[in-house]
Design a protein around this ligand. Structure first.
Ligand SMILES: [Zn+2]
Length: 525
C-alpha cells in the first residue's frame, strides 16, 4: 500500500494525493493550483494520473484548491464516484459552476487580447500610429455595446487569421457533468469506496462540511488506516464545531497521517478579540458617517463576518446600520450554510437556533443579487457595511465598491483574510498601513482599481484572528489531545519553509515525519 503526493506538496494549492491498495486507486482531493497565472495554468492542465484508472475519489472540503480540478478529472474519463460530506457536495454545486464560469471568462479575455493585438498590428503595418477612432472600431467589433466580449466574433476572427485559441481549463458543461458524480454522506459513518476500503468523515472545523477523512482497509490480514486531515480548523471559532479529537475507540494505530501545515511555523491572534475589533471599527466609521467595506471570500469568511455582526447587533454594541452582502455566489452559499444547522456548534444553537432566530438573517441585512441593486448600493451615502468578493480584490463586485469608497477618509476598508502577494488586496493593505504608520501625513497613496488611479484616503484596518487554519499550537493540540496513535506523518499543504519547520517541530516531539516532494511515493511499513 502506498500514497503518492501530486499536489499541495511544498506549496499550498492543488491538493491531490493517490492512495493505492493493490486493488484500488483512491484519489484524495483534486484541487486547483492557484497563484501566478501562467505557471498555475500549466500545472493545472497536466493530470498526473490517468483518471480512468481511479476507482473513487474522496474530497475533504469544498475550497477550490481542494476541489477545483474535479471537472477535469471527470472530463478525462474518471468513472467513479466523488465521496464527500453532504454539505461539501451542496457547496460544490455553486463553487464548481462559479469556477467554470471564471475559466470560461479568462479564456474569452485572453482570446480577445490575441485578436485585438493582431488587429492593432495589422492597422499599424498599414498606417503607422492607430487613431482613437480605429481603436474604437476594433472595440465595437469585439465587444457588445463596447462592454461585454462578443465571443462569436472573437472566435471567427481567431479562425480567419489562424490565431492560437486558448481553451478554458473546463467548461460549464464539464462542471455540471462532474457534479452528477458527487455523493454526499453524513459524518461518522463508514462508506465503502473500494474492495474492502471504507472512508469515514470526521469534523475538521475548517469550513462548513470540512472533514478529516479516515481510510480503512485490510492488507495481508492486517487492518490499515490512513488519516487525511484536509485543512485543519481552529478551536473555539464561531459557528463551526471544533476539530475532532475523539475518534472511534479501538481504532488501532494510524499507519500514515497526511497532515496540512499552512501555518506550521506560525501563531495566530486569539479569536476572541476579532468581534471587539470589528465592533470598534463599525462604531468609529458610523460616527464619521462613513461606509465599512469588507472584501471577503464568498464561502466561509462572508458568513463568519455576517454572524459576528449579527452578534454585535444583538448585544447592542454597535448601531444597527444596514448590511449588504454583494455577491450572488455568497448569497447562494449562505443558503447552503442555513440548510445545514446540524454542523453548527453548540454556541450557534444556543445564541440563535434555540431562540427561533436564524444566524444569517436579520432585519438590517440584505443579500444583493442584481447589478442594478449593487449600483444603487454604491451610491448610498448613509453609513452602512458592505461585504463583497473576491476576497483578495482580484475580480468581482468588490472592485466597484472600492472604486467608490477608497477616496473618502471617513470610510474604512477592513481586511479580514489573507491577501496573497501581487493582489490588489495586498497592495491596499500595505499602502494603507504605511500611510497610517506615517500619521496620514502628506499625499495619500494612489491605488489602481480597474485601470484607473484613486487616492487611498479611506482608513485600512486589518483584523486578524479570522483564519480558518489551525496554527502550530492548534495542530500540536490536535495531535496531543486526540485519541489516535500515529506511526508516520506526511506533511503537506504548506509553503516549503512552513512544512519543513513543522516537520522539525514534529520530530522534536518524537514523531516520524516527512515532507514529500511532488510525485514522491510513501510506502507503508
Ligand atoms: Zn481549505
Amino acid at each position: 500500500m502506498h500514497v503518492t503526493f501530486y499536489g499541495a506538496t511544498r506549496e499550498v494549492t492543488g491538493s491531490m494525493h493517490l492512495l493505492e491498495t493493490g486493488k484500488d486507486r483512491i484519489l484524495l482531493d483534486c484541487g486547483l493550483f492557484q497563484g501566478r497565472r501562467k505557471e498555475s495554468d500549466a500545472k493545472n492542465r497536466i493530470f498526473p494520473v490517468d483518471p480512468a484508472l481511479i476507482t473513487n475519489m474522496v474530497l475533504s472540503h469544498a475550497h477550490i484548491d481542494h476541489s477545483g480540478r474535479i471537472p477535469l478529472l471527470v472530463k478525462g474519463g474518471f468513472n467513479g464516484r466523488i465521496i464527500t460530506t453532504r454539505t461539501t457536495a451542496d457547496a460544490c454545486h455553486y463553487l464548481l459552476k462559479d469556477s467554470a464560469h471564471i475559466q470560461e471568462s479568462d479564456a474569452n479575455y485572453l482570446n480577445y487580447k490575441t485578436v485585438r493585438g493582431h488587429l492593432y498590428n495589422l492597422s499599424h503595418a498599414k498606417k503607422g500610429q492607430l487613431t482613437n477612432r480605429e481603436r474604437g472600431e476594433i472595440a465595437r467589433l469585439l465587444k457588445h455595446n463596447g462592454l461585454k466580449l462578443n465571443a462569436t466574433a472573437i472566435d471567427n476572427l481567431l479562425d480567419q487569421y489562424n490565431l492560437k485559441k486558448v481553451e478554458p481549463l473546463y467548461s460549464m458543461a464539464d462542471a455540471e457533468a462532474a457534479l452528477s458524480a458527487f455523493d454526499g454522506y453524513p459524518y461518522n459513518t463508514p462508506v465503502t469506496i473500494g474492495k474492502g476500503v471504507t472512508v469515514t468523515f470526521f469534523e475538521a472545523g475548517h469550513i462548513l462540511g470540512s472533514a478529516f477523512c479516515l481510510l480503512s482497509f485490510t492488507e495481508r490480514g492486517q487492518k490499515r488506516h490512513v488519516l487525511f486531515t484536509g485543512d485543519i480548523g481552529r478551536f473555539d471559532r464561531p459557528i463551526l464545531k471544533n476539530p475532532t479529537l475523539g475518534f472511534p475507540e479501538g481504532l488501532g494505530p494510524i499507519d500514515l497521517l497526511i497532515m496540512e501545515s499552512t501555518y506550521g511555523a506560525r501563531h495566530h491572534e486569539p479569536t476572541v478579540e476579532l468581534k471587539e475589533r470589528l465592533g470598534e471599527v463599525i462604531n468609529e466609521t458610523t460616527q464619521k458617517d462613513g461606509v465599512v467595506v469588507i472584501p471577503a471570500f464568498a464561502f466561509g469568511r462572508t458568513q463568519d463576518v455576517v454572524y459576528i455582526i449579527h452578534e454585535l447587533y444583538n448585544q447592542g454594541k454597535v448601531p444597527r446600520i444596514p448590511v449588504f452582502v454583494d455577491s450572488p455566489l455568497a448569497g447562494n452559499l449562505t443558503r447552503v450554510f442555513a440548510e445545514h444547522p446540524e454542523v453548527y456548534d453548540d454556541m450557534a444553537h444556543h445564541t440563535f437556533l434555540e431562540r427561533g432566530k436564524k444566524p444569517f438573517e436579520f432585519k438590517e441585512l440584505t443579500y444583493i443579487d442584481s447589478v442594478a441593486q449593487s449600483m444603487e448600493c454604491m451610491k448610498t451615502t448613509t453609513p452602512h457595511i458592505i461585504i463583497s468578493s473576491s476576497g483578495m480584490c482580484e475580480a468581482g463586485r468588490i472592485l466597484h465598491h472600492l472604486r467608490y469608497r477608497a477616496h473618502n477618509p471617513n470610510n474604512t476598508i477592513v481586511v479580514v483574510g489573507y491577501m496573497a502577494q501581487h493582489t490588489l488586496g495586498r497592495r491596499i493593505l500595505e499602502l494603507g498601513e504605511a500611510f497610517e504608520a506615517q500619521g496620514r501625513k502628506g499625499d495619500p497613496p494612489m491605488v489602481k482599481i480597474l485601470g484607473k488611479e484613486y487616492p487611498l484616503k479611506a482608513r485600512v484596518v486589518k483584523i486578524g484572528g479570522f483564519s480558518a487554519h489551525a496554527d502550530q499550537e492548534e495542530m500540536l493540540r490536535f495531535l496531543r489531545k486526540s485519541n489516535i496513535q500515529i506511526k508516520q506523518i506526511a506533511v503537506v499543504h504548506g509553503e516549503e519553509e512552513q512544512s519543513l519547520a513543522f516537520r522539525d517541530t514534529l520530530k522534536e516531539k518524537g514523531y516520524k515525519a516527512v515532507v514529500p516532494r511532488p510525485g514522491q511515493t510513501v510506502t507503508l511499513e
